[in-house]
Design a protein around this ligand. Sequence first.
Ligand code: PHE
Length: 350
Amino acid sequence: MLAKIEELLEQAKLAIDSATSVEVLYEAKVKFLGKQGSFSHLLKEMGKLTPDDRKTIGKRANEVRDILEGKYAVRENLLKDQELNSQLEAQKIDVTLPGVAPERGVLHPLWRVTKEMCEIFSRLGFSVRTGPHIEKDFYNFDALNIPPDHASRDLQDTFYINDGVDRKPGDFSPWLLRTHTSPVQIRSMLTEKPPLRIVSPGGVYRSDSDMSHAPHFHQVEGLLIDQDVSMADLKGTLGFFAREFFGSEVEVRLRPSYFPFVEPGAELDASCPFCKSKGCGMCKGSGWIELGGCGMVHPLVFKQVEMEYPKWNGFAFGMGVDRMAVVKYGVSHIGLLTENDLRFLGQFRP
Ligand code: PHE
């Protein structure tokens, strides 16, 4: 029996020493030392021995078990270390390799122009107001002195929002996508006390689409309400803006025009910054570039918002951001601004 124990010891030692992974080692442990293992089988036969033999053999069996358990623990530690090391080796980071640089984004040209326009006006004391894109026709039209039969209310120009109410043909839902940022004027005049100096940037929508018109475009609208404001203040303000935005040599001119919410109303032109007014493709040979509309706030608008007129009076202007971006950066086609082509947008790195 003793010989058998010694033989098992040798076999188990060999199995432990030759195990190359923690799993194989564990299998060896089960095989020799486990409850159903060879060593346990052997010990079960101890009952058949004489008390003296049992004593010596039992002693040796305990020693052998201790030896094997010790050996197992040492080998297990070693294999675990080795496995950890090889895992670490596999994940090793070479700090000398060049890194993967995340691509840096740039501000979208429309947002960049919007920001710059608002910043220029902020230097003249204007602060920014925004309003909802889904507007009520009162703010977008009525309060701006645009009566229900006005051409700009035509289904051709306006995206109405279906509110689920059945109406007679020709009657429209009172909800629409704002066609300009002017409703923000009304919202501010109704909720704030004069004097007022605000600019309202944002997206606007018209059912209109060709080479120079997009159904979704952007505006910056301005409103100044104070006492004894004149057309000269308006021209001075817009002249300052145009010089800051396009360059100091740029001049502005006002051409009489009609907008229901201003009187007098005018179209705002800037001398072409490309050709210095000599005439080029950008200004279509005229030497001037149309930037937007402007004028003195109409008395009927003051009436709508119940603000005392002529104690308070003022001017308003509205400019297209997309058009500004086209002129400022010499963009060939307005659609490029919204196509999201990274080859185009990537050129606007500061
Ligand atoms: N809201 C006008 C438009 O979108 C522009 C404008 C604003 C004209 C303010 C005059 C005064 O066409």
